[in-house]
Design a protein around this ligand. Structure first.
Ligand SMILES: Nc1ncnc2c1ncn2[C@@H]1O[C@H](COP(=O)(O)OP(=O)(O)OP(=O)(O)O)[C@@H](O)[C@H]1O
Ligand SMILES: [Mg+2]
Length: 450
């Protein structure tokens, strides 16, 4: 059985060892009680034997052994014990008492069985003046064990009651202590559960101990982080909705315009514009989707071994027609495979966005070069163009979502570089923007080599 309650566990840890200690203590106190009862009984036996012995005297030339009643009555403790005695001469002649009563050897008290009863015996030798060879006489007194056992029981029971009371009191005190000690934890639980709490408000628990306070602090820090993330998400959704609204409104206007136009060529013109707008909208939706996929936690993290050179080659192939249309010389500089670990789809998406930017913002007739190198455990991918570049004060901002440099020549959604940074950072790398020698922009991506 497993106890899941902290309170019960702590109680068990205190009370069970205590009970074990009490049990050991009970065992020793039982032995002590026995020793005490033995001692008391033996003293009485010796006292009784002495009282009998002192009454033995020579009367008219014979040994007279009259047993004084007090010697027997001292055992009358109300436990109905039987007392046996035996008085004999040094030569072994019985003077009085029970002839078959055993004798305790060497003046020690012993336990013996007599007439089917256990018995405690003491034997005493006593010199009698004038008794000649009959002196010293041997007096043995025995008593059954009822009084002795009752004494043991009484002594032991009181010890038992004390121990029991001690364990019970300790248990109650521990329970009270636990109730007090665990109260902040219970308050924490209630505070977290409370339906009246505003979802991610910091939790306050009064009287929390130093062991619990870090837990509360960690919880509050965690909730603060979640709250910041939720706020970022809300901002992003609001932004995205806003970005979608403008082209959608434009689309609708263009559609009504086309519907109103009766002249075939003007209607044609309106439809072409409409097609261009819907293309842009599709691109925006696609970029949003890519960005949401690039966010950590949105996809199962993949750690494929990807050859960046091969990925770049594929991207350049698909963008070749685009480059030809813009009269841009699109080239690849590579020196063999550059293996990195990451999500292949997202890494390709990253290269697509860089090449797309380079082609779109370059002036026609220029050149775009994608270069791949690997050195010192790092893969480096650079995309160099001969366009206008990005002013230094804009360089940090262009990585923000939906941020576009004012007056950019081409239309776009402002998500491309945000996607690039997200993908690169997820793969453990970094991305920087620099000036190209030819005046354009160089985007440098560094990733750890596989
Ligand atoms: N190679 C480049 N040369 C000059 N300016 C650039 C270049 N790449 C990006 N920029 C500037 O940085 C801004 C942000 O680029 P980003 O790729 O994030 O968005 P976008 O290209 O406008 O939209 P999207 O790529 O999502 O369609 C762009 O608006 C552009 O002004
Ligand atoms: Mg872009």
């Amino acid at each position: 059985m497993r106890i899941n309650s902290l309170r019960l566990q702590l109680l068990a840890w205190v009370v069970l060892p205590l009970a074990a200690l009490a049990a050991i203590n009970l065992w020793t106190s039982q032995r002590n009680a026995l020793a005490t009862a033995d001692l008391v009984t033996d003293r009485m036996l010796v006292g009784s034997a002495r009282a009998i012995a002192e009454q033995v005297a020579m009367a008219d030339g014979v040994l007279d052994a009259t047993v004084p009643p007090a010697a027997i009555e001292m055992f009358d403790t109300g436990d109905r014990d039987s007392v046996y005695y035996r008085v004999e001469t040094a030569g072994g002649r019985l003077l009085t008492g029970y002839p078959d009563l055993p004798v305790a050897p060497g003046g020690k008290s012993v336990e013996a069985a007599y007439r089917d009863h256990p018995l405690r015996l003491a034997t005493l030798s006593h010199a009698v003046v004038g008794a000649g060879a009959d002196s010293p006489i041997i007096v043995t007194v025995g008593v059954t064990l009822a009084g002795h056992d009752a004494m043991v029981k009484r002594l032991w029971l009181s010890a038992f009651a004390q121990q029991l009371a001690l364990v019970a009191i300790a248990g109650v005190l521990v329970l009270l202590g636990l109730r007090r000690g665990l109260a902040p934890l219970i308050r924490l639980r209630d505070a977290v559960r409370s339906p009246s709490r505003n979802e991610l408000d910091p939790i306050q628990v009064s009287g929390a101990q130093s062991e619990i306070r870090p837990l509360i602090d960690a919880l509050n820090v965690y909730m603060e982080r979640v709250r910041a993330q939720m706020a970022a998400q809300r901002r992003f959704i609001a932004n995205a909705a806003h970005q979608l609204r403008t082209p959608l409104a434009l689309l609708s206007t263009q559609a009504s315009y086309a519907l109103r136009e009766s002249a075939a060529d003007q209607r044609q013109e309106a439809l072409v514009a409409l097609q261009a707008s819907s293309g842009k909208l599709a691109r925006l939706a696609e970029q949003l989707l890519t960005l949401s996929r690039a966010e950590p936690g949105s996809r199962r993290p993949r750690a494929d071994r990807i050859d960046l050179t091969e990925a770049a080659r594929q991207v350049l192939e698909t963008h070749a027609p685009n480059a030809i249309a813009r009269k841009i010389d699109l080239g690849l500089e590579e020196a063999g495979p550059v293996p990195v670990i990451g999500d292949g789809t997202m890494l390709r998406e990253m290269i697509v966005n860089l090449v797309d930017n380079a082609l779109r913002y370059s002036t026609p007739g220029g050149s775009v070069t994608v270069k791949l190198t690997s050195a010192a455990g790092e893969a480096e991918l650079t995309v160099t163009d001969a366009g206008p570049g990005i002013p230094a004060e804009e360089r940090e901002h262009v990585f923000e979502r939906f941020y576009r440099v004012a007056g950019a020549s081409e239309e776009g959604s402002g998500l491309g570089l945000a996607i690039v940074r997200e993908v690169v950072e997820n793969a453990g790398g970094s991305v920087t923007l620099c000036d190209a020698a030819t005046g354009g922009l160089v985007v440098e991506v560094r990733l750890p080599l596989a």
